[in-house]
Design a protein around this ligand. Structure first.
Ligand SMILES: Cc1ncc(C[n+]2csc(CCOP(=O)(O)OP(=O)(O)O)c2C)c(N)n1
Length: 581
């Protein structure tokens, strides 16, 4: 298809027209975003991006701008938005500290393949390199954590640069891009015309499937006696959930999920065998080291999943279905790489694979689950003390929301517990900071997710530590009346670090105990509904109140202070040495 000139949006009250017209660089940016279908921008203004904000003032009936309380909040909100909207999240920041405050979110988006288009203002071109007020080399700083970045110094470059930015962020393996625009480029004048980018000569985002690889993969699948599917976020990014289910049901192969893969396959499905990785389920971890075939779909063999690589699945053949060729053989050697889109690959494999059932092999997973139930789950779910445990809270939430809420987790023990105990029953329901493990992610990300999908219940599950990293975003929830539900699992500790101190540092709790504010009073000061639950018999009602509440609501649940998340693969260990207690 040929690139088409896009219809040009105009400020409220003016007639629309499609022919080129003279606009400022700042207005060209807004028009370009509108041409890309952007409906929401998360951002924070400042001197070097003021012309852009001034243009935005005239377009507020066509695009929604959310003023977050910190630029990091803007990036995480844009990430949450992108994950649920299935398109790039957009954020704005000024130069210098505004731009550097974006970096954590950008790095997070890069490692978790989230499409973002970040726009930063920059000092005027003649000041570049002079240590001008609020000048920072954001191109240099963001270089290692962006899929692409570019500095615009001339107004005329803006439409084509933005078109390229969206194309790169959203195609192939998605990721963040950063466009830095000097103040003179924002003030400059150009004839505005917008053409969407549909191709870049040197970049082929979706590699073409190789039929030979597909045939080889099908052959291995048909011969395998103990095959396992390791599903990652690539399934959701390719919107291949249904294709995976069809493939699984035909081949009878058990499916395990990485942290970011969760919710792409129903946890209630009989062929779902659990969560992989350091705090994953017992069965899928140990059985990885017994399987004769691993079919990795859109996952990258992260070290949290593989444990000691030299003892990882040495006995297994590996089929790696992956869109990014750089992931092939990076950590685990693929016997058969299938480079391409997960949906296309699964569809190509489907007619070539035999209908099978792996009853004996599945029974082994059932047996592992029994061991895990006895050693871990039952102790957690039938606690011997009056103190609430995180897992009970997550289980009760799972029951009350029937596994259909969007769960946004922060980082720590609560994240692992939520991932283990929430029973996802609907795709696209899990948003977390996986690769970077960024505390402070969940509150703003939940905000963005709710804006993207107001029809879905969005529940953020956060530790008392992580909550305080971006708690100021309660102000954003208040200002824009975004009805996000927040559960703080308060153990008055940086729980996950405390767990490591207990297990590996002889209980030297060095700076992990926290004295916390009154979270309920804090939420109320932002006019957000709130309640504290301390007793088991208050939990069900507390959750019900939270879910029934019309606006945003913060439920603080005081949980056992010193509790550990098991199973656990100690760092550097083989996944076969997973500890149950
Ligand atoms: C920005 C950032 N700083 C430090 C860490 C290291 N870290 C990982 S988990 C954790 C503790 C989290 O504590 P809390 O938020 O209270 O959650 P809990 O583990 O108690 O559920 C820390 C400090 C991190 N992941 N991110």
């Amino acid at each position: 298809m040929n690139a088409q000139a896009q219809k040009v949006a105009t400020p409220a009250g003016e007639k629309s027209h499609t022919s080129p017209r003279k606009v400022s660089g700042a207005e060209a940016l807004i028009l370009s975003l509108l041409a890309e279908g952007v409906d929401t921008i998360f951002g924070y203004p400042g001197g070097a991006i003021m012309p852009v904000y001034d243009s935005l003032y005239h377009y507020t009936d066509q695009v929604n701008h959310i003023l977050t309380r910190h630029e990091q909040g803007a990036t995480h909100a844009a990430q949450g938005y992108a994950r649920l909207a299935k398109k790039a999240g957009v954020c704005f920041a000024t130069s210098g500290p505004g731009a550097t405050n974006l970096i954590t979110g950008i790095a997070d988006a890069q490692i978790d393949s989230t499409p973002l288009v970040c726009i930063t203002g920059q000092v005027a071109s003649h000041l570049l390199g002079s240590d001008a007020f609020q000048e920072t080399d954001i191109i240099g700083i963001s270089n290692p954590v962006t899929k692409w970045n570019f500095q615009v110094t001339r107004a005329e470059e803006i439409p084509a640069t933005i078109a390229k930015a969206f194309y790169i962020a959203q195609n192939g393996r998605p990721g963040p891009v950063l466009i830095d625009i000097t103040k003179d480029a924002q003030f400059g004048v150009l004839d505005f015309e917008y053409k969407k980018c549909e191709k870049i000569r040197s970049y082929r985002p979706i590699p073409q499937l190789n039929q030979g690889q597909i045939l080889q993969a099908a052959q291995l699948i048909n011969q395998a006696q103990k095959p396992m599917i390791l599903m990652g976020q690539g399934v959701s990014l390719a919107e291949a959930e249904q294709d995976l289910q069809t493939f699984v049901e035909k081949t009878g192969i058990p499916v395990a999920s990485t942290l970011l893969g969760l919710s792409s396959f129903s946890t209630h499905h009989p062929l779902y065998v659990g969560f992989l990785g350091m705090h994953g389920n017992y069965g899928p971890n140990v059985k990885t080291n017994e399987a004769d075939l691993l079919i990795a779909v859109g996952m990258r063999f992260d070290d949290r999943v593989t444990g000691d690589l030299s003892r990882y699945a040495q006995q297994a053949k590996v089929i790696h279905i992956e869109i990014d060729p750089a992931e092939i053989d990076k950590n685990v050697k693929a016997d058969v790489p299938v480079i391409g889109d997960a949906k296309e690959a699964l569809q190509a494999l489907l007619p070539l694979v035999k209908t099978r059932a792996h009853q004996d092999w599945l029974k082994e997973f059932d047996n592992c689950q029994k061991v895990e139930n006895e050693k871990v789950v039952s102790k957690t779910m039938q606690p011997s003390t009056p103190k609430l445990k995180m897992a009970e809270v997550v289980q009760a939430l799972s029951d009350q929301t029937k596994g259909k809420a969007v769960i946004v987790t922060d980082v720590g023990q609560h994240q692992m517990i939520a991932s283990r105990y929430y029973q996802f029953d609907q795709p696209n329901s899990n948003i977390t900071s996986g690769g970077l493990g960024t505390m402070g992610f969940a509150l703003p990300a939940a905000m963005g997710a709710k804006i993207a999908r107001s029809d879905r219940e969005v529940v953020a599950i956060i530790g008392d530590g992580g909550f305080q990293m971006t708690a100021q975003e309660l102000g954003t929830l208040m200002q824009y009346q975004i009805p996000v539900k927040i559960i703080i699992l308060n153990n008055s500790f940086l729980g996950m670090v405390r767990q490591w101190q207990e297990l590996f540092f002889d209980k030297r709790y060095s700076f992990t105990e926290m004295v916390n504010p009154d979270f309920v009073a804090l939420a109320k000061s932002f006019h957000i509904g709130a309640q504290r639950v301390e007793q088991r018999d208050q939990l069900a009602d507390g959750l019900q109140n939270m879910l029934a509440h019309q606006g945003s609501f913060l439920l603080e649940v005081v949980v056992e202070k010193e509790t550990n998340v098991f199973p656990m693969v100690p760092t550097g260990e083989s996944i076969s040495n997973i500890r149950l207690e």
